[in-house]
Design a protein around this ligand. Structure first.
Ligand code: PLP
Length: 484
């Protein structure tokens, strides 16, 4: 394909995406396919001679679109929002256009340097403690490497990487006290902790990192109880085990509950245990001053993560991570080869030592586009608007005596039909069967709840009204036939 053909193909693709967004409101939010559908639509072998781009683009409609769940439909209220915006799409496209691989600074200086700058912008936007920022002095006198922040692909990668760093740190700390200990002896005794409301990726980090993850039952508000954490640590220590890693969550996946860092933080610091804060979804809200009280105590954390790809208008993947002391990552995971060496840098990080893949994507570019084109106020307005829509939905629930509001935080509202859990289970099944809106279900304090999340940028009050009408009409049916 030459550049003239690329211009035509690229412009047609941009038109396709723009048309997609213009028509998304009229598309059913759910896909319309059965498992294996796509294998019936495409040949088993690749084409011997290349196809025309026009034919390929047409096949997007025929083969791909039927199997897309429309996460940006105003009727999509499942999971958490998956951010997207036109500036981010263009940033992603330009990053793909350049496709340099950010192996090290030399391999493409703009990759590293824009990442450093964007992490500072983001950290300041959220008002994270100064010691997390790239532009602050390094931790401790002897540390040259002052850089502490960078992008990962996802929140899950971050949780795993910090667990691995925490393991190495603990081994180092204990061997400094007792040089006769060996690594394996220590590592087999390490234990990690989180609440049972943390994301599945937290439990998975324990499995991948070979550290048992104790999932401590949350309290009635869905929060990680600090006294139970202390109890669990003491019990483990009494059995000769070694606490090494705690994951607290600001905005849990089931109910968007906020763990109290002012209670968990001092315990972790006293016990010399790495505290990782997972704010994957709700972290974006800290761009608004009125929500920052929810991250009080963040200064105790060793690492902090939030994902602009969830609630800050940057498409997947773009997850931001800050660590208190980068040396625990860079020392633990540093492997060099002659082909990777670049000029000794003292003021610029070599991000390959900070992550699992060798190469790095140009994620900072799409973030730069979003932050510049929306500005701080644009981001704040977006978050506030989404929270206001959730509040509007919450009020509809509260005003209807057939329903009970179970919890409501940020863009997420959980509610149930009054009565046995079974009624809400049937209601949920009916809503999903009817396919007009996409919601999820879950449990909150033993109650089966419907989990309604404000996700799409295109959702407005009229869409909330429509969603509520759909819920109420299904609820009437359920109460009529199953209400006793
Ligand atoms: N942490 C929380 C609180 C989440 O809600 C999620 C996903 O929804 C994750 C982590 C995992 O995010 P990712 O898909 O970026 O790995």
């Amino acid at each position: 394909m030459n550049t003239d053909q690329f211009r035509q193909f690229g412009k047609a693709a941009v038109d396709y995406i723009a048309d997609y967004f213009d028509s998304i409101k009229n598309r059913p939010v759910f896909h319309s396919v059965h498992p294996g559908y796509l294998q019936e639509l495409i040949p088993a072998e690749p084409p011997r001679r290349g196809d025309l781009w026009k034919d390929v683009l047409q096949d997007v409609d025929r083969v791909i679109m039927p199997g897309i769940t429309h996460w940006h439909s105003p009727n999509f209220h499942a999971y958490f929002s998956a951010a997207n915006s036109f500036p981010a799409i263009v940033g992603e496209m330009m990053g793909a256009g350049f496709t340099s691989i950010g192996i090290n600074w030399m391999a493409s200086p703009a990759y590293t340097e824009l990442e450093v700058a964007m992490m500072n912008w983001l950290g300041k936007l959220l008002h994270l403690p100064e010691h997390f920022l790239n532009c602050s002095d390094g931790p401790g006198g002897g540390v040259i490497q002052a850089y502490k922040t960078y992008f990962q692909g996802s929140a899950s990668e971050t949780t795993l990487l910090c667990l691995l760093a925490a393991k190495e740190k603990k081994v180092r700390d204990l061997k400094a006290l007792n040089p006769d200990l060996n690594d394996t002896e220590i590592k087999t005794k390490l234990v990690a902790y989180s609440s049972d409301q943390s994301n599945s990726s937290v439990e998975r980090a324990g499995l991948l990192g070979s550290v048992p993850m104790r999932l401590i039952p949350a309290d009635e508000d869905g929060k990680f109880p600090a006294n139970k954490l202390l109890e669990a640590m003491r019990k483990d220590r009494a059995q000769g085990l070694i606490p090494c890693y705690v994951v607290a969550c600001l905005g849990t996946t089931p109910t968007c509950a906020f763990d109290d860092l002012t209670e968990l933080g001092p315990i972790c610091n006293q016990e010399n245990v790495w505290l990782h804060v997972d704010a994957a979804y709700a972290g974006a809200a800290f761009s608004c001053p009125e929500y920052r009280y929810l991250m009080e105590g963040v200064e105790y954390a060793d690492s902090f993560n939030f994902s602009p790809h969830k609630w800050m208008l940057v498409n997947f993947d773009c997850s931001a991570m800050w660590v208190r002391n980068a040396r625990f990552l860079t020392d633990a995971f540093q492997v060099d080869r002659i082909y990777l060496k670049s000029k000794q840098l003292t003021s610029i990080p070599e991000y390959r030592h900070w992550r699992i893949p060798l190469g790095g994507k140009f994620r900072a570019l799409k973030l730069w586009f979003v932050l510049r084109i929306y500005g701080v106020e644009g981001i704040q307005n977006y978050i506030r608007h989404q929270v206001a829509l959730a509040k509007y939905f919450e009020q509809l629930v509260v005003d209807d005596s057939r329903f009970e509001l179970c919890c409501s935080n940020m863009g997420l509202v959980c509610f149930q039909l009054r009565g046995d859990n079974e009624l809400t289970e049937i209601l949920f099944e009916k809503i999903i069967e009817n396919r007009n809106i996409f919601v999820l279900s879950g449990y909150f304090n033993g109650k089966y709840v419907i989990r309604f999340s404000i996700c799409s940028q295109l959702t407005e009050r009229c869409d909330i009204d429509n969603a509520w009408q759909e819920i109420v009409s299904q609820a009437k049916f359920v109460l009529r036939h199953h209400g006793g």
